[in-house]
Design a protein around this ligand. Sequence first.
Ligand code: NAD
Length: 327
Amino acid sequence: MLDQYSKILVTGGAGFIGCHLVSALLALEKNVVILDNLSTSLDGATPPGATLARADIRDPGQVADVVKGAELIFHTAANANGTLSVEDPRFDFETNARGTFNVLEAALATGTKRFVYVSSASVYGRPERFPMAEDHPLSLFMPYGASKLTGELYCRSFFASFGLSVVMGRPFPVYGPGENPKTSMVEVSRYLRWHLNQKPIQVVGDAGRKTRDFVHVSDLVQALLLLADKADAGEVFNIGSGEEISMRELTEVIGSVTGRTAVVDELSRVTEDTYRLVPDISKIKTLGYVPRMSIEEGTKQLAEELGENPELPSGTTIFKKGQQAEK
Ligand SMILES: NC(=O)c1ccc[n+]([C@@H]2O[C@H](COP(=O)([O-])OP(=O)(O)OC[C@H]3O[C@@H](n4cnc5c(N)ncnc54)[C@H](O)[C@@H]3O)[C@@H](O)[C@H]2O)c1
């Protein structure tokens, strides 16, 4: 796999998703360089065997230096936190929109053969159909959705105008070991962290009507490798598990894998994201993608990994200025 690339660059390779991707590339015996400013990575997260280049994607000069010679680029570096995009939209724009432009420009200049952009399901915003295929309308409602979509639009334009071989993945919420509890907003680890500390699980919105497709990070990595290896340039792909689960069902899974019924505190006054967010993953399946980790098994493994009193999630969910969901 990926035999045609000798130098591979992973921006954000010290982050949650990036670390897992880098480990998989190292297991394939690839030469991997990580470009990261270590702003949200966990201490010591960089997988041994990869070369770390500490640089900021907001700085075109730094990016050009590190990107030089990269044949395959996975661009994962970003502000991945929607709340922060509401609190500081300029920071989110500079990192996600401008930062992606800088990496694309440097990739073009150095003759990169393949560019994989890690976008986000947040570009869809409020769903109109279930499940959502890639041609679903994009009704995003947060600056984070806008900045991730801007990255996609530049990717498309660099393919159309300059022939850069870009492919894009839209992961649905990702979970697994190695998330930063200070910045990750994905429910699986947040709920587990409260529950494992004997605290009520704070569910934002309607626990029965809010549903998600949570994809385990190991399946996401499988998908990203397939995108690099097999996808047609210029294409965009949903990445999910193919399983829909409500927040209430998730708390029940947590109760069952930990052997202790979950106490739920439903914050039903904030309903901005009470909807079904479910992708149609048939397009990525045509590349050979097979999601392997069930939510039950993934949650069980994560609970074991986190142990008895993991660090509590510190971020709160904010969709609109001044409106905070959790206590
Ligand atoms: N976690 C999810 O559920 C999820 C879902 C969909 C899409 N994504 C996307 O996946 C990617 C990775 O997300 P993650 O969850 O691993 O987040 P993360 O915060 O753990 O990782 C992001 C990495 O990028 C680095 N970084 C941030 N700003 C940078 C900058 N200016 N210059 C250089 N490096 C910088 C951070 O230090 C970190 O190592 C992001 O593009 C995010 O939008 C994540």
